[in-house]
Design a protein around this ligand. Structure first.
Ligand code: FAD
Length: 322
């Protein structure tokens, strides 16, 4: 019988992809009219397990290290493996040292090393950390890619109205919308903006450390840059605040003054679903399972959660046929 996946964000689409490749028959139901409408739409798309270890548990590193390979295999050509550059202003060098002491997988780079990696930043920073093993992708393109691949393999998508059919089980991948159903799940507000300018070229995500508002800039095609992201303990999906917008723009300007002339082409807010330990899980539910709590690591950790789900369903299947 068919498995119903509810929610076509990164959790739902990676789960569908993984289940199909394990031979399960799946159908996907998305409440919106298109895939990728929740927090996934606003993500930076960084696959940065070493950097994230600065504030996250060890599991984020161990589960996240294979993410870039998973995405590359699923969507050949969409993963950019150029690492992450972490910088701070001269005044905030202690933040850089602290970041280095809390992470692994990096090397120190001097001004010449920074300029070699990102010529646009030549002469602007004296020291930085380079995490060569990290990668990034464009989340919107990646979700469209999974959607196309799933359609091509015969997966049926239903949008808008919940299907009434009979299913073997339901996998809840509804992100923050599962807050009422899954105990302990909370929402963490994340604001972001898109800037557009031809005056700056970056090849990889750049993180700028700052005591109050650490920021990252992720380059996209079309001279666009995703700048993010706040972490606010609230499930308020209302528009970006003036303060966050100012802080993003100040930080982008500190990274390169040419961002001062950039166009602000989009602002957005996503609600990250998170448990108290900020780690995701595959949770048993009455109807089946849920993949929940991806927090700020949806693209990084959804492949590992999808694999865990496939394993649990395969075990169930083996038990039934034994
Ligand atoms: C600003 C920002 C930056 C981020 N940057 C990164 C990053 O660089 N790297 C990274 O790995 N992660 C990042 N994240 C985190 C990542 O976006 C989230 O962890 C991830 O999107 C959560 O995925 P999800 O599929 O669980 O939920 P969502 O993406 O919210 O998807 C849930 C889907 O379910 C649908 N839905 C809701 N209710 C129902 C229902 N009842 N029935 C059917 N469908 C329903 C929604 O419409 C939506 O499409 C970022 C998040 C934010 C907000």
């Amino acid at each position: 019988m068919t498995i119903l996946i509810k929610g076509a964000g990164v959790a739902g689409l990676t789960a569908a992809f993984e289940l199909v490749s394990h031979g399960f028959r799946v159908e996907v139901y998305e409440k919106a009219e298109e895939v990728g409408h929740g927090a996934s739409h606003y993500a930076g798309g960084m696959l940065a397990p070493w950097c994230e270890r600065e504030t996250a548990e060890e599991a984020v590193l161990t589960l996240g290290q294979s993410a870039a390979d998973w995405w590359e295999k699923a969507l050949p050509g969409q993963v950019s493996r150029k690492g992450t550059l972490v910088l701070s202003t001269e005044r905030d060098q202690s933040d850089l040292k602290r970041f280095a002491s809390r992470t692994t997988g990096h090397q120190w780079v001097d001004a010449a090393g920074i300029a070699a990696l990102e010529p646009a930043l030549e002469g602007r920073f004296n020291r930085g950390l380079f995490f060569a093993g990290e990668a990034h992708l464009d989340p919107r393109r990646a979700l469209q890619g999974l959607y196309a691949a799933l359609l091509a393999s015969g997966v049926r998508f239903r949008f808008g109205a919940e299907p009434a059919g009979l299913y073997a089980c339901t996998i809840d991948c509804t992100g923050a919308a599962a807050m009422g159903n899954l105990s302990g799940l909370r929402g963490v507000r994340g604001e972001m903006i898109y800037l557009e300018t031809k005056e700056v070229t970056l090849s990889r995500p750049v993180r700028l450390l700052h005591p109050r508002h650490p920021l990252y800039i992720v380059p996209r095609d079309g001279h666009r840059f995703m700048v993010g992201a706040t972490m606010i303990e609230a499930d308020d999906g209302g528009p970006i605040s003036a303060r966050s917008l100012m802080e993003f723009l100040n930080a982008a300007y500190a990274l390169h003054p040419a961002f001062g002339e950039a166009r602000v082409v989009e602002t957005g807010v996503g609600i990250r679903p998170a448990f108290a330990d900020n780690l995701p899980r595959v949770v048993k539910t009455q109807q089946g399972f849920a993949i929940a709590g991806l927090h700020r690591h949806g693209f990084l950790l959804a492949p590992a959660m999808a694999r865990q789900l496939a394993e649990k369903l395969s075990v169930n299947d083996r038990r039934k046929s034994a």
